[in-house]
Design a protein. Structure first.
Length: 268
């Protein structure tokens, strides 16, 4: 009697345990998929989201035109990197406000919506002078550093004479010498002053590049605001200025092609 009753009791009990185990297994499996599923899905989606993320904007002053760094005229006022670079380059020549930019032969420059490589400008200058641009660039590499060119962006009211005079005043101001406001004007006798002769000769050292047409202009007196730049070969211009003795500036002679500087110590 007792054995029969024990078997009846153990049957329902075993069934109950089996049900509990089954429920626990179902809960465990459900929990696994609920917890693991989102992780797997997130792992699959995350790389796609990262690849789709927008690229960071170029750092100020680090925009590139092909392989060349771009010096952007319109960013100069608020781009601390570019303004500091320009200040450093100008300081080496002892000038400040008379040029907008100093750009090297391996850089490009941007004014408004137009970007041009200095290499492109040099190619046209080389053709104009009958030189081979590859030879010029090779000379730059052999010298260990690219050439530098001063850039002035043409503004309303500009003319070549006044632009040259500004550079001359800026240069001498850096040496503690103040040129008179009318030092470029003819003497009472009608003869050109030494400053006037320098400015006339300086017209041979600059070129006008038309950003709109992409050409070197033949007539340097036709300057259009916001569409042209004045390009100065810094090594040529300042090789001349560094030879000047302000105390003998009125002894300078100019024959239309050549500028004759007085010999050192000549006080005639």
């Amino acid at each position: 009697m007792s054995e029969r009753s024990g078997s009846k009791t153990s049957g329902p009990r075993s069934l109950t345990i089996a049900i509990i185990l089954l429920v626990a297994a179902v809960v465990g499996i459900a929990g696994y998929f609920l917890f693991k599923g989102p992780q797997q899905q997130e792992a699959q989606i995350r790389p796609v989201a990262e690849r789709a993320a927008p690229l960071p904007a170029a750092a100020p002053g680090q925009a590139h035109f092909g392989e060349e760094r771009v010096i952007d005229y319109d960013r100069m006022e608020y781009d601390k990197g570019q303004s500091a670079l320009m200040a450093l380059r100008k300081e080496r020549y002892g000038i400040d406000e008379s040029l907008d930019m100093i750009v090297t032969s391996d850089e490009a420059l941007r004014v408004g919506q137009r970007t041009v490589s200095m290499g492109t400008i040099l190619e046209q200058l080389a053709e104009k002078r009958g030189q081979v641009v590859e030879r010029l660039l090779q000379t730059d590499r052999q010298a260990g550093e690219p050439k530098e060119f001063g850039i002035h962006v043409v503004k309303p009211g500009d003319n070549i004479w006044n632009l040259h005079f500004r550079i001359l005043k800026d240069y001498f101001s850096g040496k503690g010498i103040a040129l008179a406001p009318r030092a470029d004007q003819p003497a009472p006798t009608g003869e050109s002053t030494g400053v006037g002769k320098i400015l006339k000769f300086s017209e041979n050292l600059v070129h006008i590049y038309n950003l709109k047409t992409g050409n070197i202009e033949a007539d340097i007196n036709l300057i259009e605001p916001n569409e042209k730049i004045v390009v100065y070969n810094m090594s040529e211009v300042f090789a001349l200025l560094d030879k000047l003795d302000h105390s003998q500036i009125n002894l300078i002679q100019f024959d239309g092609d050549t500028l004759w500087l007085p010999a050192a110590g000549n006080s005639r």
